[in-house]
Design a binder for this molecule. Structure first.
Ligand code: AMP
Ligand code: MG
Length: 585
């Protein structure tokens, strides 16, 4: 949620600007709420009203509700005024929270100023003022000056201001989601994630040395040819092929020596030059004979028969050409990519900031691993599994612990998490049991897109957003959490982090098992692949495939994927195998 204030002396038009900015931001598809902080004499309630009587009688809070709207009045009974932070917490997270008042609090503000008001603008005394909106034309100030009559320009300025921090985009475009009872296919679910989520992080510059695992925020081009000049691919003797053709067997004078970093500066004439791998080709020479193939003849050498023009010469630019596209925006850097960038002299990289993830487990039965076992309780495994997965995906994860099965606690935790993260992930509490609160709360404080997916394991998945923070509620059973984490959470994370989506590579292998399944859904079995000396390898599956059997996943080195239409797998059938290693980048 992005907070921006409108400040300025009274009578300069703060409220007018606010009322024009709200529709301007909403037209751009952002949710907007406002806070108005009033002076001490102002009272929300009025004598004579029923609500006033409730308050006078001592009610802590009075909620007035009608068909049109509701308002909660909270009595500051101990005399202390609620702090700015406490007040902001009351607001359901949205994309932009516009604030009128609270002018001495430290959050970014736009000052409204009309020269005809007769007072001087305040931006010089208040460093939280980031721009001046004024009717004065050609006014010069050390901060951006905006046209007070152009709310479109001011809205664009606000959006641009926050872009570096975290793009205030709708993490998930709600309209794309299937609603109600419809059951989605796995393929459609993955495609919807790919098209409906947007990059949610800002960018920074990162030293090359810290670049591995980061996602490029721009296309990278080479400013050089590589190699920069012709050089030798072997240790040997450089010669001119035209001279060689005249008399291949002629003993030749060794005119000099060229080493990597120490080129031969003289002229070889009709002679040869001793040369080491990577050393520059001496001027006029175009080919190299390997040292192993050359015959010494006194202080001369004789070249072997059959040498080709250009033999063992690496040509300038044969690896990379100047201006060539090396790596595309959205590419997650691997060791070889870091090497490639170093090879063309790039030392700083534009990268996306790591995605800030809030991670919770839900359930009164859950214990931390260090807690002793207790009757009716189990240890939380999902959160540790997801923490590890998110780390591999390059996220900056806040481990926010276990949420009890209590709606108020869940609601408070989700609201708080939405303020500082780009995505919230929970596991458990999304099916239809009495204690499955997550879905209901999400629908109330944000937007819910509940998915039933025709898959096993898995199936219920809650997707949505709170303000501009994405939300995914994974199923509780650990194997379902893992499979949904790999298949649905991973592409969502990639998308929000700016990373190009990479569907896992898979290969065919021979089934060393029989299996019967219901048609109409896609299944993933915990499986172990065994390589064969020649031809495709074979796969066996873990004997117990229940969604609570996490040992099956630890035993396996990947998943066998079985399509919707298949009913039986017989021994010897070809099946698709997806190695786990494919999911962790
Ligand atoms: P739920 O969807 O919350 O009813 O959870 C389904 C099953 O998953 C129940 O057996 C839970 O005890 C189990 N479960 C939920 N969350 C976790 C977790 N974080 N670690 C291990 N098991 C869990
Ligand atoms: Mg539960």
């Amino acid at each position: 949620m992005h907070i921006i204030g409108i400040s300025g002396w009274s009578g300069n038009g703060k409220t007018t600007l606010l009322t024009r900015l709200i529709p301007a931001l909403k037209e751009r598809d952002y949710d907007v709420s406002t806070i108005k902080h009033a002076h001490h004499r102002f009272d929300i309630d009025r004598p004579g009203k029923d609500s006033h009587r409730h308050r006078e009688a001592g009610a802590g809070e009075v909620l007035i509700s009608s068909a049109r709207r509701w308002a909660l009045m909270h009595e500051n009974r101990d005399g202390a005024e609620a702090s700015f932070e406490e007040i902001v917490q009351k607001i359901t997270p949205v994309d932009f929270l516009l604030i009128e008042g609270f002018k001495s609090e430290n959050f970014p503000k736009i000052e409204v100023w009309r020269p005809e008001s007769g007072s001087a603008p305040r931006y010089g005394e208040d460093s939280s003022i980031i721009a001046l909106a004024t009717t004065a034309r050609g006014y010069d100030a050390p901060i951006p000056v905006l046209d007070l009559d152009d709310e479109q320009q001011i809205a664009d300025f606000i959006i641009g201001h926050f872009r570096g921090e975290a793009a205030p985009v709708h993490a998930l475009q709600g309209d794309c989601f299937a609603q109600g009872e419809e059951i989605l296919s796995a393929r459609d679910a993955i495609a919807l994630i790919a098209t409906s989520a947007d990059i949610a992080v800002g960018q920074e510059s990162c030293p090359l040395m810290e670049g591995c695992g980061r996602v490029l925020a721009a296309d990278m081009h080479s400013s050089l040819d590589l190699p920069p000049a012709d050089n030798s691919a072997v240790d040997g003797y450089a010669f001119r092929h035209r001279d060689y053709l005249e008399d291949p067997a002629l003993p030749r004078v060794v005119a000099g020596y060229s080493r990597a970093g120490h080129p031969f500066a003289g002229r070889a004439g009709k002679g040869v030059v001793k040369i080491l791998t990577g050393a520059l080709m001496p001027e006029g020479l175009d080919s190299v004979a390997m040292v192993e193939h050359v015959h010494l003849d006194g202080d001369r050498i004789r070249l072997p028969k059959g040498l080709q023009p250009g033999e063992n010469r690496r040509k300038a630019g044969e690896d990379i050409r100047k201006n060539q596209l090396l790596l595309e925006r959205g590419h997650r850097l691997r060791p070889q990519d870091v090497g490639l960038l170093a090879s063309v002299g790039i030392s700083q990289l534009p990268v996306y900031n790591p995605l800030r993830v809030a991670l919770f487990s839900t359930g009164d039965e859950l214990l931390e691993p260090e807690q002793p076992p207790a009757p009716g309780h189990i240890h939380d495994s999902n959160r540790y599994m997801l923490l590890a997965l998110l780390q591999k995906l390059g996220c900056e994860t806040s481990n926010l612990g276990i949420l009890p099965d209590e709606p108020e606690a869940i609601e408070t935790a989700l609201r708080q998490a939405a303020r500082q993260h780009e995505i919230i992930i929970t596991s458990g509490g999304v099916s239809v049991g009495d204690e499955d609160h997550v879905k209901r709360i999400l629908a109330r404080i944000g937007r819910l897109h509940f998915w039933r997916i025709a898959i096993k394991p898995g199936r219920p998945l809650a997707l949505g957003q709170i303000g501009s923070t994405a939300f995914i509620g994974l199923p509780g059973n650990p194997v379902s959490t893992l499979v949904c984490g790999l298949l649905f959470l991973r592409p969502l994370i990639q998308r929000l982090s700016g990373a190009r989506q990479t569907p896992p590579l898979h290969f065919t292998a021979t089934a060393d098992f029989t299996y019967e399944k219901k048609p109409g859904r896609r299944e993933w079995l915990r499986a172990r692949y065994h390589a064969a000396a020649d031809g495709p390898g074979s796969v066996e599956i873990f004997p117990r495939q229940g969604s609570g059997i996490l040992s099956s996943a630890a035993w396996a080195n990947g998943l066998v994927e079985i399509g919707e239409d298949c009913r039986y797998i017989n021994k010897g059938d070809m099946v698709q195998f997806l190695p786990f290693s494919e999911f962790t980048g």
